[in-house]
Design a protein around this ligand. Structure first.
Ligand code: ATP
Ligand code: MG
Length: 449
């Protein structure tokens, strides 16, 4: 009693602090009864929603297979060096967003912040440059990690579908890659999409343009953020991708790469537009897109949905003709894109697009008695072998409770096996939609379903 009275004399701010520390202690596992929560910025895919992922994944496999793309799977973590060289050490991703740590062998390891660098590394390490080119690949639902401020459509772990094509310099492949992304989005039923394209030049024309941009940015240095001021000399292009309001205002009047392309880049961009026209793909040239990765050359593009706000970019990609060499390989051109699955699902939800939930079970067998359960186990196995989704009670419930459960999981048919049915080798089969019941021979269930 005395203790409580004493505690009341403690100033409010200290009492608040005390409870906060207690809360944190519990939250971090001090109390075993408090459930451990998922880390901030991560999202579970629960069994009742994984069908949506599988639907998208099946569509991706179909669309990519028709165009001759094969799957590649690379590790979730790589040596940090790969991303420093690949993504670029002046990008926001490398400067602010990477999950980097030293492993027990004191090697610097980074959780993949994007898909391309790992694919390039694997392609080189697997000796694929000596194969006939181009090599067309895709990765699917690959976990990607970025330390960002979590919000709707922006996670710390998200998943990407991406394609990468190596060894094809022609603009026809730029158009093909864009078309693959759009085909998926269209087949998913998405509307209100915008395709923005741009060219950010190559090693021949970019240095001259960088000079102009650098000069311009120096003249407005006081309005630029700290990061842009720091990287202005090494990589002025980054200011065009900066999300800070001050920087966005400044770059509105900056010189544009598109006005300073060399002949080759200009011809490539013209050719891309022609291919897009030929494929009936609508686009807008947005000279401000540079994308957040340093490796891009020539074509860059974004597909944006108007149906969600700031996180409307569902797909981003471009050409990266120098990346292979930067990572230590031969000079082979590349092009690809990354598309966030969570963002895709969010846009679909906002547009009211529904994916049909597949039935969990076609036939559910209700049983009465031990022998009936044994027979049901055999029948369920036989039905599954014949390609019928079948299940039975595994909780020793009453017949009534089994029926209730079968109804809950949406079984189309419910079969009952009691003593009579066991003896004469039949099942009472009920069509749940109509309520119709009939007695059928056990071995003939599959023909009736
Ligand atoms: P943003 O400008 O929205 O940050 P980004 O330029 O960083 O996007 P990319 O690096 O091109 O995006 O990644 C390709 C795609 O991956 C994006 O178009 C988006 O769909 C998805 N994506 C990127 N970052 C996230 C994230 N933090 N959470 C969920 N999806 C993401
Ligand atoms: Mg980003």
């Amino acid at each position: 009693m005395g203790g409580t009275a004493d505690f009341n004399f403690v100033p409010v701010c200290f009492r608040t602090l005390f409870f906060y520390v207690l809360y944190c202690f519990q939250d971090t596992g001090g109390n075993c009864n408090v459930a451990v929560k998922a880390p901030k910025g991560t999202k579970d895919v629960l069994p009742q929603e994984s069908y949506k992922w599988q639907y998208i994944e099946n569509l991706v496999r179909k669309i990519t297979a028709l165009a001759g793309y094969r799957e590649i799977r690379t590790p979730i973590f790589e040596h940090t060096e790969l991303f420093l060289r690949g993504v670029g050490d002046t990008t926001d991703i490398v400067q602010k967003e990477m999950y980097t740590f030293n492993d027990k062998g004191n090697r610097s390891i980074t959780l993949r912040p994007e898909g391309t660098a790992g694919v390039v590394r694997a392609f080189l390490e697997g000796g694929l440059p000596s194969n006939a080119q181009p090599t067309k690949m895709y990765y699917l639902s690959a976990p990607v990690f970025r330390y960002e401020k979590p919000q709707s459509g922006r996670l710390r772990e998200h998943h990407q579908f991406g394609v990468e094509v190596f060894g094809a310099p022609d603009a026809s492949i730029d158009a093909e890659v864009i078309n693959i992304a759009l085909t998926l989005l269209n087949e998913l039923g998405l509307e209100n999409l915008r395709l923005n394209i741009n060219s950010i030049g190559c090693e021949k024309c970019r240095p001259r343009y960088n000079e102009l941009l650098r000069e311009y940015l120096h003249g407005h240095a006081d309005k630029l953020c700290e990061a842009c001021n720091e990287r202005m000399d090494r990589n002025p292009l980054r200011a065009l991708d900066c999300k800070e309001e001050g920087c966005r205002m400044v770059v509105k009047s900056a010189p544009l790469m598109i006005d300073h392309l060399c002949e080759e880049c200009s011809a490539h961009f013209k050719a891309l537009k022609k291919y897009l026209d030929a494929l009936g793909i609508e686009y807008a040239v947005n000279p401000f897109i540079v994308r957040g990765l340093d490796y891009y050359t020539k074509t860059v593009f974004e597909i944006i949905s108007n149906s969600i706000g700031a996180q409307g970019t569902v797909c981003g990609g471009g050409r990266y003709d120098k990346l292979m060499k930067q990572v230590g390989g031969p000079e082979l051109p590349g092009i690809g894109f990354g598309m966030g699955i969570e963002r895709l699902l969010l846009v679909m939800e906002n547009e009211g697009i529904k994916i049909e939930r597949p039935a969990l079970t076609d036939v559910f067998l209700c049983t009465h008695g031990h022998q009936a359960r044994l027979r049901a186990a055999q029948l369920v196995r036989d039905l599954r072998c014949a390609g019928v989704k079948a299940d039975m009670d595994h909780c020793a419930r009453s017949i009534k409770a089994q029926f209730k459960y079968a109804d809950k999981i949406g079984a189309k048919f419910v079969g009952v096996i009691g003593e009579t049915e066991l003896a004469d080798g039949t099942v009472v089969l009920k069509t749940m939609k109509t309520g119709e019941e009939r007695v059928v021979v056990q071995s003939e269930i599959k023909e009736l379903i």
